[in-house]
Write a protein that binds this ligand. Structure first.
Ligand code: TXA
Ligand code: MG
Length: 336
């Protein structure tokens, strides 16, 4: 199969619509990362996504809809805070988990009685979702465990010859996946941190929890149990106060291989003429650059050395979560 990359051009959405209606999988730009989409009502199309990614069968998918799509048939009611959150943050990088009515394919939620719904703000995603006018199940468009894609080229690198079409909307401005928020309880609870922060949610909903699975428990957001975002080279990770040790590690690798640092600008400045990939200075910059630099790092280096950024709160909670998982510092309970 030839994989076409199309950016805004005559007939591009009709093509995408035809593929989706035929049960094919189409990759598309969102403001967070690229998604790998299929008709959420079709068992066969949804199963194709799992097969293409090599995704574990117990890791549920997010359903994507356009801003005017009526989700009420898909969900079994919503608490008052959810309506307030929708009007404050959607369209945007917030996924909301509701009680499900079971209307979409059972493979979307992998046996959970909930459904995760997202309304992306990317004009490309909106145009695509509007054209198909169906709920589109879509995980990030990377092979399972690999780094998430933030350009059409990243998607192409993982799926060339395997999917017919990539809708290219340019580089993703957000850079890390949406915040996943459980809206089935009395107060909202974050299952995956992202660009819509706990503070932002609490300012609208009054309260917001962050879910941490207890050891041995099946996590509420099964994806968080898996190894993720891993670059295909050796990695090492150091705290901000361990810079000497990090440099020793670099020098040792430099004797036989190609080491490279991945760290924020102010640390890069201390590393003189050593090889560095610069995450930038602000949390938003770091979120936007992280995945592209992890992919660049795995191409250019034999050892990628991460150094913990200084700031921790707000958007950095999401960035730190992805960084630690990419560097194998925290990857939950399972390794598949
Ligand atoms: O920004 C994003 O969310 C991107 C773009 C493409 O929209 N999508 C994305 O999908 O990151 P994926 O499949 O890579 O991650 C979905 C996460 C997983 O951690 C999964 O376990 C969780 O959402 N999830 C999906 N449905 C769920 C549900 N019903 N209950 C709890 N967690 C759910
Ligand atoms: Mg993913």
């Amino acid at each position: 199969m030839e994989t076409q990359i199309l950016s805004r051009s005559r007939g591009w959405l009709e093509r995408a619509k035809q593929y989706i209606e035929a049960g094919e999988v189409v990759a598309f730009h969102t403001e967070t990362v690229y998604g790998l989409g299929a008709n959420a009502f079709s068992d066969e199309a949804v199963l194709k996504i799992f097969a293409l990614k090599g995704r574990p069968a117990d890791n549920p998918l997010i359903v994507h809809v356009h801003r005017a799509y009526d989700i009420s048939p898909l969900i079994d009611g919503e608490p008052p805070y959810a309506a307030a959150l929708r009007s404050a943050f959607l369209p945007g990088p917030l996924t909301m988990v509701y009680p499900s009515t079971g209307k979409v394919s059972k493979y979307v939620s992998c046996g959970l009685n909930t459904l995760a719904i997202r309304v992306p703000s990317s004009p490309t995603a909106q145009a695509f979702l509007k054209a198909v006018d169906l709920p589109v199940a879509a995980p990030s468009a990377n092979l399972s465990k690999h780094v998430s894609p933030v350009t059409a080229r990243h998607v192409f690198d993982d799926f060339n010859g395997k999917i017919p079409l990539i809708l290219d909307g340019g580089a993703c401005s957000g850079g890390i996946e949406s915040t996943v928020l459980d809206c089935t309880g009395d107060i909202p609870q974050i299952l995956r941190e992202g660009l819509v922060t706990r503070e932002m949610i609490a300012s609208v909903a009054g309260e917001c929890g962050v879910y941490r699975p207890k050891t041995g428990e099946r996590p509420k957001s099964p994806g968080m149990a898996y190894k993720h975002y891993a670059p295909r080279c050796k990695t090492a990770y150091f705290g901000r106060e361990e810079l000497e040790k990090a440099i020793e590690c670099y020098e040792k690798e430099a004797k036989t291989g190609v080491p490279c640092f991945l760290c924020e600008s102010e640390v890069c400045a201390l590393l003189k003429d050593r090889r560095t990939l610069d995450l930038g200075g602000t949390p938003e910059e770091m979120a936007r650059r992280l995945y592209a630099l992890l992919r660049k790092g795995e191409e250019q280096a034999t050892l990628l050395i991460g150094v913990e950024p200084r700031e921790k709160g707000g958007v950095m909670a999401g960035v730190m979560n992805r960084m630690k998982r990419a560097f194998g510092v925290e990857h939950g309970t399972k390794e598949s």
